[in-house]
Structure formats: structure tokens, C-alpha cells
Design a binder for this molecule. Structure first.
Ligand SMILES: [Zn+2]
Length: 122
């Protein structure tokens, strides 16, 4: 959830604080792991937590949920299929953004006020 090839390559610090750690633990426990069990196939986290410096470097939105440890990009064989599993799971989430061309699903979960929003970003 914290490893970043870009951060490693460029020597960018990417260490989450206490609050981001708590958020990541919630994200994994309540969304990612249950989804992984339903999906039954490997899920690779291509981007989890991002420090401000890393987020800026990768061109993330200034208010990105990756900064808070609330989001993870899930790279799988077929991202649209993972979204279907999520839709049928009844699991609570904040945002699910499908990137069809790059074949990953951005998933987020908040402490409270989750929206269950699905966006198809093509
Ligand atoms: Zn993302």
C-alpha cells in the first residue's frame, strides 16, 4: 500500500502518518480484502498511499484520496470484471473509478459519508 516504483526511482519520501495508516487499514479490512476474496483472483495495488511530493510527481489531483490513505488503484486482468464483482457485493465504498484503457479500478473508502459512486473514465 505504500510501495511506489516512482518514489523509489526518484528518492521521494512516501511514509504515511498515523491517520493515513488508520485509513489504509480500514480500506484493506473493509473493502479490498473482502473484494479480493469475492473476486478470487490476484489484485495488484499499483498505487496506494501517496505523500504530497509523490502525488505531485505522478500528476494526482490536489485533493486526491490517495493522500489520506483512503484510495488504492487495483490492477487486475480485467478491471471491468472487478467492478462487476464490486457492484454485486453489497460492500460499502466511496468512489469506484474504472479506467478501461489502462485497465485498473480506483477504489476509495472514507471513515464516514461514503457515496458508492461509480465513474467510468474510459
Ligand atoms: Zn487512484
Amino acid at each position: 500500500m505504500t510501495y511506489s516504483r516512482t518514489a523509489t526511482r526518484l528518492g521521494i519520501e512516501n511514509r504515511p502518518g498515523t491517520e493515513a495508516m488508520t485509513n489504509m487499514e480500514r480500506l484493506v479490512r473493509e473493502l479490498l480484502q473482502p473484494l479480493r476474496e469475492l473476486y478470487g483472483k490476484p489484485i495488484r495495488i499499483s498505487s496506494g498511499y501517496r505523500s504530497v511530493a509523490l502525488n505531485r510527481t505522478v500528476g494526482g489531483a490536489a485533493n486526491s484520496q490517495h493522500l489520506k490513505g483512503e484510495a488504492a488503484d487495483c490492477t487486475v486482468k480485467e478491471a471491468a470484471e472487478l467492478l462487476e464483482v464490486l457492484k454485486n457485493s453489497g460492500l460499502v465504498f466511496d468512489q469506484a473509478i474504472l479506467y478501461r484503457k489502462r485497465n485498473f479500478l480506483h477504489l476509495s473508502l472514507k471513515k464516514e459519508g461514503n457515496r458508492n459512486w461509480i465513474v467510468d473514465n474510459g
